[in-house]
Design a binder for this molecule. Structure first.
Ligand SMILES: *[C@@H]1O[C@H](CO)[C@@H](O)[C@H](O)[C@H]1NC(C)=O
Ligand SMILES: *[C@@H]1O[C@H](CO)[C@@H](O)[C@H](O)[C@H]1NC(C)=O
Ligand SMILES: *[C@@H]1O[C@H](CO)[C@@H](O)[C@H](O)[C@H]1NC(C)=O
Ligand SMILES: *[C@@H]1O[C@H](CO)[C@@H](O)[C@H](O)[C@H]1NC(C)=O
Ligand SMILES: *[C@@H]1O[C@H](CO)[C@@H](O)[C@H](O)[C@H]1NC(C)=O
Length: 237
C-alpha cells in the first residue's frame, strides 16, 4: 500500500489508497523537523494471524515520498506469540547495507527493513526512529514493559533529505485486500490496535480521532474510542 495524492484537505500531502482506517498524528513545533520520534502501539486485542498492518507514516523534509513503521501480527510459533515489525522508506535513492533491509517498498522505489520477534501482545511496543548519522535513520522496536530493544534496520536517504516533519498519519490496512480480485467487506477478520501519541524530545505529541475510509466505510464493524493509552480502533468480524 502506498499513499498517493490527497483527498483530505487537512493533510494536503498523501492519502492511503487501500487502508481501512486513518489517524492523524502531530507534534508541537511542527515547522521544525525532528531528529527522533517514537510511535507507541499496543496490539493486545489483535488476533495472532497475518493480514493486518498497523502503521504510522512520516515524511522527511525535502522529500515527497514517505516512510512507514509499524507492527503486523503473526501466527503463534511453538505456542509463543510472534510479531513482525517494519521500517521502510519509499524515497528513490534510499540505500541500506543492513542485513534486515532490502531494496524496494511495496513494489516501488525505496528500502524495507523488518524483523520478527517473539513477544507478548499485552505489552506496548515503541517504534523508535532516530537520525543516527547524516541522512541515516535507524528503526528500533522497544518492548515498553521489558525494555527489550530489537534493531529493525537502518537506511540512508539521498543527500539533502532533512529531518522528520512534525505531522502525518497512521493507518490500519488489511493487506490481503491489496491483491487483485476484489473483496467482501463482510469477510474482514476482527482485529484491534491502540495507537499511542507520538513522543519526541521537546515536543508534545497528539493524535486526532481515528476515522474510516476506503470502500468499506460503515460495513466493517469499525469502533474507536480514546483510552489512557491513546486511540483504540477495532474492526472486522
Ligand atoms: C482490549 O479489549 C478489552 C475489552 O474490550 C478492553 O477492556 C481493553 O482496554 C482492550 N485493550 C487495549 C490495549 O485496547
Ligand atoms: C535480521 O538479521 C539477523 C542478522 O542477520 C538475522 O539473524 C535475522 O534472521 C534477520 N531477521 C529477519 C526477519 O530477516
Ligand atoms: C539517536 O542517535 C544519536 C546519534 O545521532 C545518539 O546520540 C542518540 O543516543 C540516539 N538516541 C537514542 C534514544 O538511541
Ligand atoms: C528479550 O529478548 C530476548 C531475545 O531477544 C528474549 O530471550 C527474552 O525473553 C526477552 N525478554 C523479555 C522480558 O521479553
Ligand atoms: C517549541 O516552541 C516553543 C515556543 O515557541 C519554544 O520555546 C521551544 O524552544 C520550542 N521547542 C523546540 C524543541 O523547538
Amino acid at each position: 500500500m502506498k499513499f498517493t495524492n490527497t483527498i483530505l484537505p487537512t493533510l494536503a500531502l498523501l492519502q492511503p489508497t487501500q487502508a481501512l482506517v486513518g489517524i492523524s498524528w502531530s507534534t508541537s513545533n511542527g515547522s521544525k523537523p525532528l531528529n527522533e520520534i517514537t510511535f507507541p502501539m499496543n496490539v493486545a486485542n489483535a488476533t495472532h494471524e497475518s493480514g493486518y498492518y498497523f502503521a504510522q507514516q512520516f515524511n522527511f523534509a525535502n522529500q515527497e515520498d514517505v516512510g512507514y513503521t509499524g507492527l503486523q501480527p503473526r501466527p503463534n510459533k511453538n505456542s509463543k506469540p510472534q510479531l513482525h515489525a517494519a521500517f521502510s522508506s519509499f524515497i528513490a535513492g534510499t540505500t541500506s547495507a543492513d542485513p534486515n533491509c532490502s531494496d524496494g517498498a511495496d513494489g516501488g522505489a525505496g528500502v524495507s527493513c523488518a524483523v520478527d520477534i517473539e513477544g507478548s501482545y499485552a505489552h506496548t511496543y515503541l517504534l523508535h526512529i532516530n537520525n543516527t548519522a547524516g541522512t541515516t535513520w535507524t528503526g528500533t522496536l522497544i518492548d515498553a514493559v521489558s525494555g527489550n530493544e530489537t534493531r529493525v534496520g537502518s537506511y540512508t536517504l539521498p543527500t539533502g533529505s532533512g529531518g522528520i516533519q512534525g505531522d502525518q498519519m497512521g493507518f490500519v490496512e488489511y493487506y490481503p485486500w491489496n491483491a487483485a480480485g476484489g473483496h467482501s467487506c463482510a469477510d474482514l477478520p476482527r482485529s484491534a490496535v491502540t495507537f499511542g501519541k507520538p513522543v519526541s524530545p521537546g515536543r508534545i505529541g497528539a493524535l486526532k480521532d481515528a476515522y474510516e475510509y476506503g470502500d468499506c466505510v460503515g460495513k466493517v464493524g469499525f469502533e474507536t474510542h480514546r483510552t489512557l493509552r491513546g486511540v483504540e480502533v477495532s474492526i472486522g468480524f
